[in-house]
Design a protein around this ligand. Structure first.
Ligand SMILES: [Zn+2]
Ligand SMILES: [Zn+2]
Length: 238
């Protein structure tokens, strides 16, 4: 039964869940999201391709796509599919300016990193945002995640890359997006050792590929890519 304090709090402080908009319960909510929503955040099912992180692949070898065209990165992985509540959380983190979600989302990154069984990186770097977009949004979501993850892994956070151009990728064709990102990233300086590149979502992989190429050019010995979510292959039923 609800205590008096609980009843008073929910009556006079009717906070709403950032995802389902239901009234936040007294206990169990995190970063403004109710426990029911958190319980629906699911990791990828089945085996992941060790190279690109594609879910539900048949065996432990790199998938057909990776064998046909090996990616620029050493490996990529993510916590779960970009659907449902996980998608809502990422969108709300990015566009809803809910930077408090960085803490629980970085925990999902840590879980993905542990699942992948990767070695500890020498540094953690975010996918950068253009100065214009960062100014408009007030924060770079990938930077918040990367800082947090670097802290948890006990490794260095580095602003390894900068990004030029103000064009958003939204509404562009895949070909336009691929050509857009290739030239838009530049290293800020030399990079050494293995780098863990952090972003919120892996979509076409074009942005990550451009970043990885720039990091390798700057001296990184290997780059692994980690994202909170990953979009499903077109035509795939979640
Ligand atoms: Zn909720
Ligand atoms: Zn693959």
């Amino acid at each position: 039964m609800a205590s008096l304090a609980e009843a008073l709090a929910t009556t006079f402080l009717p906070a709403r869940c950032a995802t389902c908009t239901g009234v936040l319960p007294w206990r169990g909510s995190r970063a403004g999201v109710c426990p029911v929503c958190w319980s629906q955040v699911a990791p990828h099912a089945g085996r992941l391709c060790p190279s690109c992180g594609e879910a539900e692949v048949a065996d432990a070898a790199p998938c057909l796509g990776c064998r046909a065209a090996p990616p620029a990165w050493r490996a990529a992985t993510s916590y779960g599919p970009y659907v449902g509540v996980l998608r809502d959380l990422v969108v709300s983190f990015k566009n809803g300016r809910r930077d408090e979600l960085a803490v629980p989302l970085a925990e999902l990154l840590l879980a993905a990193w542990q699942r992948a069984g990767w070695p500890r990186p020498n540094c953690v770097a975010p996918v950068p945002m253009t100065a214009w977009r960062r100014c408009r949004r007030g924060f770079n979501q990938s930077e918040l995640l990367a800082r947090r993850l670097a802290g948890v892994l006990g490794t260095e956070f580095v602003h390894a890359l900068c990004r030029s151009g103000g064009q958003a990728q939204f509404g562009r064709t895949r070909a336009q997006r691929l050509s857009l990102s290739a030239s838009n990233f530049a290293p800020r300086g030399p990079v050494a050792g293995e780098v863990l590149l952090v972003d919120d979502v892996l979509t076409t992989g074009a942005t990550a590929t451009a970043c990885v190429t720039a990091l390798l050019r700057a001296g990184a010995s290997a780059v692994r890519v980690i994202t909170v979510a990953r979009t499903l292959r077109p035509g795939r039923i979640p």
